[in-house]
Ligand binder design. Sequence first.
Ligand code: FMN
Length: 488
Amino acid sequence: MFLIDDLRDFINACEAHGMLHRVKTPVDWDLEMSHVATLNEDSGGPALLFESIKGSDMPVLTSAFTTSQRMALCMEQDPKLPLSALARKWKERLAGGATLPPKLVGNAPVMENVFTGEDVDLFRFPSPRFYPDDGGRYIGTAHYLVCRDPDSGWTNLGTYRMQLQDKNTVTVMIARGKDAEIIYRKHAARRERMPVAVVIGSDPLHFLVSSTHVGVGVSEYDVIGALRQRPVEVFESDLSHLHLPAKAEIILEGYLDLDDRRPEGPLGEFTGYYSSAKDISGAGMAPTIKVQRVMHRTRPIFWASTIGKPVNDCHMIQAINRSAMLWHELETRGIPGIEGVYVLPESCGWFWAVIAVRQAYPGHASQVGLTAIAHYGLKGVILVDHDIPVENMGRVWWALSVRFDPRRSIQVIDRARASPLDPSLTRDSRFIMSKVIMDACTPFEWDEKPKEVFLHEATLQEVAKRWADYGLPLTGPVAEVLKRASAG
Ligand SMILES: Cc1cc2nc3c(=O)[nH]c(=O)nc-3n(C[C@H](O)[C@H](O)[C@H](O)COP(=O)(O)O)c2cc1C
């Protein structure tokens, strides 16, 4: 068993499991790095550690989460577990609203190297330009912003993309209604600057959780603690007074400047289309962060995600955190019988979920669908009976074929909160979307249900025991039958 407390632990675990490749040849941050990473990801390849990036002395990690095996390593779980099983573990650890606050420590390795004032130079970092029509270099694609609510003291962690502007300035694109926006509006109302910190490279679970909506007023540090079952080690910054992860690779500290807004983007986004701040606010400008201090460990590791078309880090992260949180929410609402929740990585890890329900009363499946569809960003929910494995699209399509009648089984919701990055909506109506529930469950209330075909269990077990006699290789389904046979 391995423990992961920082990015270095994760890289070592990937390497030990044969899931990391070191790229030694010099690579350009301008397009080349993202193109190597994307081709590698499309080929189902390992995580990459680029050891020599032109113009920088820092290595760059990419493709960290593009397989469920590496996601499992990050969660200190068995790499054989599929994504929906990892989501189950996640929601189990948060059951009953479990949280664990961070632990304050004195020694912070991230403070090994500190630069302030004129010595701050963000061009030292190997920030990539990912796609040909990107508006610039992105320093923040696998990172998070830390800020604090001035009323309650709640510390929020959120991943919001950051474009490099000049040697001590980045823009940050925070969509409407996100937690950091709620918090910065409070600072603005008090006419106070909002202190912020940007963390690049840390325990990778921090990145997974900082891109999860855990709820207004809940600190992601406390959720990470509950998921890890040990507290996050933080130190108190003498500049921003924020609590920051002691073992981070790189931290940029400063304040959010709402008076200095700059053009932002475009960036090839997680939908597979370009988007710029124009999609979020008509003016097309984003607020800046003025960086007053840079800290980093010796030989820090920079981290980047390719974003763009599915499936890459971004889609896998959102698929797991949204599957887990949706499942957690359904259970918190007291809805029984949820057997599986799976937000598809191919749906950008965002738009479509399959939920398996063990129906116990009339209207049960519909209740699940109506509750789930309220989840921010979901465009469609497909409900299936508990015998359908949620990740098995062959079986989901079968249910959509034989247990689904469009007129009876579809409910459309007309007005819901949309993601402004959704390219299927017209630019002037990107904040409101419609949604659909597709119920592919056999109606519970039917007295007479269609008779389904099953194999004869006793014959099946006999056949499985004699499998070698037929000259056929042992496969997963045969092993399953043998397991049932030996269990009696
Ligand atoms: C790689 C990545 C990049 C993201 N970029 C943005 C972004 O630029 N703006 C944004 O509002 N949300 C972005 N998100 C989604 C947010 O991280 C997510 O909604 C999260 O819940 C925000 O934190 P909050 O709930 O504390 O506001 C991104 C997610 C990922 C995985």
